[in-house]
Design a protein around this ligand. Sequence first.
Ligand code: F6P
Length: 342
Amino acid sequence: MRIATLTSGGDCPGLNAVIRGIVRTAADFGSTVVGYEDGWVGLMEDRRIQLYDDENIDRILLRGGTILGTGRLHPDEFKSGIDRIKANLEDAGIDALIPIGGEGTLKGAKWLADNDIPVVGVPKTIDNDVNGTDYTFGFDTAVCVATDAIDRLHTTAESHNRVMIVEVMGRHVGWIALHSGMAGGAHYIVVPEEPFDIAEICKAMERRFQMGEKYGIVVVAEGALPKPGTMDFNEGGVDQFGHQTFNGIGQVIGDEIKRRTGHDVRTTVLGHIQRGGTPTAYDRVLATRYGVHAARACHEGKFGICVALHGEHIDLIPLEEAVGTLKRVPIGRIRTAQQLFG
Ligand code: F6P
């Protein structure tokens, strides 16, 4: 069998571990693997490289980013290129395609499956917002990076009697904010799932200072929004791929806390640091398992599906389960975190 894989959308620690899992498993079946460069764009332009089961592929396990490169393509451009995609796959003798990506990529994978292309999806994103799976790889690494940053901010905040705002990634969901905020002992966490009231955040910070505490830490997801009518904020627009852009909600919250309370405030935006570097042990294991199971599914002739983590098991779910709706932080998880605010 000849398998093709590609990585699409924002990069994510663990992508290379998936590629390694696919290549090594395929080799056990006597199959070969090619990788398309730069995501869907490389598939459209027929830019591919042969991936060999050798010591080089073994070494990529702990490497961040993606050896194939990644890219984004507007859905309309992607859909209008279906004939080219089909022709390129046929000319290269590809029997199965494994796209590795987030919700947008998996939507593309479903579109290909609907057009009779044998596809097995692998869910990735540091945001952990793909539906139908307990966790996506990359999330654990991002949470560890953010938690480490919050740990460090505690001591400098305390030394200077400051309120520290930490803005983390999370376009539509607050999983990174919730987990890193809880792990890092933040005093307030703001997530996109529940619009915030700036007065409540200020109250929580004031309470801390009144109780004799010397500082406060607020973790904010980049996609967080104020409750309508509570605060002025320009929500930003969309980029050329239809993705939301942001206007620095962390800084806006920080400025407003300073204005309302008079406390000294500093804002740290972690940005792409959360996406770079070597994956954690958890992400290496999850990504490797996804790669192995995706390659196995191809050899079992199971297509139009996506690998997913359910408890201890890797299952195969229909692609439509993974797309359409995002996995948001449930309200109960937010309430549990709130128990420790202030
Ligand atoms: O979806 C993953 C993610 O890291 C988001 O959290 C973030 O908003 C976005 O990608 C940033 O992507 P880029 O800057 O690469 O366009």
